[in-house]
Design a binder for this molecule. Structure first.
Ligand SMILES: Cc1ncc(COP(=O)(O)O)c(C=O)c1O
Length: 507
């Protein structure tokens, strides 16, 4: 890299605001540069490149917090240099994590007394929390099978096909078969009846979601518990439940306090929640809590003493920052139950504003439900000429990031847009987004028709007899088929770009 700095302009360098004043060649991308550069130059070069990232506040693809109070930002900055794992050196930080675990366990009705310590741990996010919970189930199941003299080499886990990618990771990384209950059109969550039918003697647990990533809908944990209690009685199996409450865990207790989804149900043995979603902390914190000590096998907990006193650890990583844990405790004591309730109600109300605006346009079908996570998932009533992927792409020009994706099996023919409503998404932004969507609709309608993903899908699966039915206006099958072929590669590219896969865009 050639740095455009000479002795004569070194004074100016201190006050420069454009990276172009520093670098005359492309930036190092593969090999570490030989020489150091000034801190001003390094800062400016990176800052200027980062301007091309999207605006996090307008990123409606993500549940993750993008705004916190300046007082909390101060605490975060002050603790950036603390490694959480040094518990002996930073005992107060450890104590704050334990307080957070206790508060979450009580919020989820764990059977612990008011002044009793709950069982749980802070993680980097729900994904790590789920790996730990899954491991605990696997280990408990293996121990039971061994004690019964039965084989324990074919564990499986039952989930809905709508699970977030972290469950697929858990299954692959920890060698557990993932048995997914398929979805169907107009039913986009796990059907508890089908889930219980899939349970067998090798099932380590049924994982159910409070707040499906795709539609925000809550799964019926109470019914699942009832059905599984019955099945366990009939078979003698003892299959437990894990609730993935990544988003819903900080919604349901405040807005639907009577909804029974947590430790009030006897088969629920562990729950994860993302502190960085509706826990209202920046990215990097999640939680897993267990019903009781019995549900966390002791052989998974490591004890180390080389940092000072005996330290129990049950995490995948060793070192990590302390800031997010401190920030979580800040939010708990700053907002209290009342503050969280107020924020969640506002989010729900802004989601309603957006939903009603979309309904008024008459072009969308709302897929998300009124009870659930504050988000609006919606599909085009008629996607024979234009697709949700075009809408998503066009909204980018207004600065909005609203992902479009197809549903998992067996509802792949349904493609939706999803806008997640967070605390920093105000009513006026909801109104603004509504009017921008309306503008985008008008713009794409003025363009030549593009073919629907469903039509493309049908062609690709050679299910051509159905094609005529995807269009509202009768189109000759042959003509439509030709049109499909022409646009298929374009649609495929849009799908890829717009985050069709679970692993991108939707988190
Ligand atoms: C239901 C569900 N589970 C797990 C996750 C993974 O959460 P994290 O990003 O905290 O690892 C997500 C992320 O959106 C989710 O929606």
């Amino acid at each position: 890299m050639v740095i455009a700095t000479t002795i004569t302009d070194s004074k100016e360098e201190l006050h420069s605001t454009f990276a172009s004043r520093y670098a005359r060649t492309s930036l190092p991308k593969f090999v570490m540069p030989e020489q150091a550069i000034s801190k001003d130059a390094a800062y400016q070069i990176i800052n200027d490149e980062l301007m091309l990232d999207g605006n996090p506040r307008l990123n409606l693809a993500s549940f993750v917090t993008t705004w916190m109070e300046p007082e909390c930002d101060k605490l975060i900055m002050a603790s950036l240099n603390k490694n959480y794992v040094d518990m002996d050196e930073y005992p107060v930080t450890t104590e704050l994590q334990n307080r957070c675990v206790n508060m979450i366990a009580h919020l989820f009705h764990a059977p612990v007394q008011v002044d009793e310590t709950a069982i749980g741990v802070g993680t980097v996010g729900s994904s790590e929390a789920i790996m730990l919970a899954g491991l605990a189930f696997k280990r408990k199941w293996q121990a039971r099978r061994r004690s019964e003299g039965k084989p324990c080499d074919k564990p499986n886990i039952v989930t809905g096909a709508n699970v977030q990618v972290c469950w697929e990771k858990f299954a692959k990384y920890f060698e557990v078969e993932l048995k997914e209950v398929k979805l169907r059109k107009d039913y986009y969550i796990m059907d508890p009846v089908k889930a219980v039918e899939m349970v067998d003697e090798n099932t380590i647990c049924v994982a159910t979601i409070l707040g499906s990533t795709l539609t925000g809908e809550f799964e019926d944990v109470k019914l699942l518990n009832e059905l599984l209690v019955k099945r366990n009685k009939e078979t003698g199996w003892n299959t437990p439940i894990h609730v993935d409450a990544a988003s819903g865990g900080f919604i349901a207790p405040f807005i639907y306090p009577d909804l029974e989804w947590d430790f009030r149900l006897p088969l629920v043995k562990s729950i994860n929640v993302s502190g960085h979603k509706y826990g209202l902390v920046y990215a990097g914190v999640g939680w897993v809590v267990w019903r009781s000590q019995d549900d966390l096998p002791e052989d998974l907990v490591f004890h180390i003493n080389y940092l000072g006193s005996d330290q129990p650890t049950f995490t995948l990583n060793f070192s990590k920052g302390s800031s997010q844990i401190i920030a979580q405790y800040y939010q708990f004591i700053r907002l209290g139950f009342e503050g969280y309730k107020n924020i969640m109600e506002t989010c729900m109300s802004n989601a309603r504003v957006l939903k009603e605006g979309l309904e008024k346009m008459g072009r969308f079908e709302i897929i998300s439900k009124d009870v659930g996570v504050p988000l609006v998932a919606f599909s085009l009533k008629n996607s024979s000429k234009h697709t949700v992927f075009e809408i998503s792409e066009s909204l980018r020009r207004y600065g909005w990031i609203v992902p479009a994706y197809t549903m998992p099996p067996d509802a792949e023919e349904v493609a939706v847009l999803r806008a997640v409503i967070r605390e920093d998404f105000s009513r006026s932004l909801a109104e603004r987004l509504t009017s921008d969507i309306e503008k985008v609709l008008k713009q794409i309608e003025a363009l030549p028709p593009r073919i629907s993903t469903r039509a493309a899908h049908l062609i690709s699966t050679r299910d051509t007899h159905l094609i005529g039915s995807v269009s509202d206006t009768p189109v000759a099958t042959e003509e439509l088929e030709r049109s499909v072929r022409e646009s298929q590669s374009q649609v495929a590219m849009e799908c890829r770009n717009a985050g069709r896969e679970k692993v991108s865009g939707v988190c």
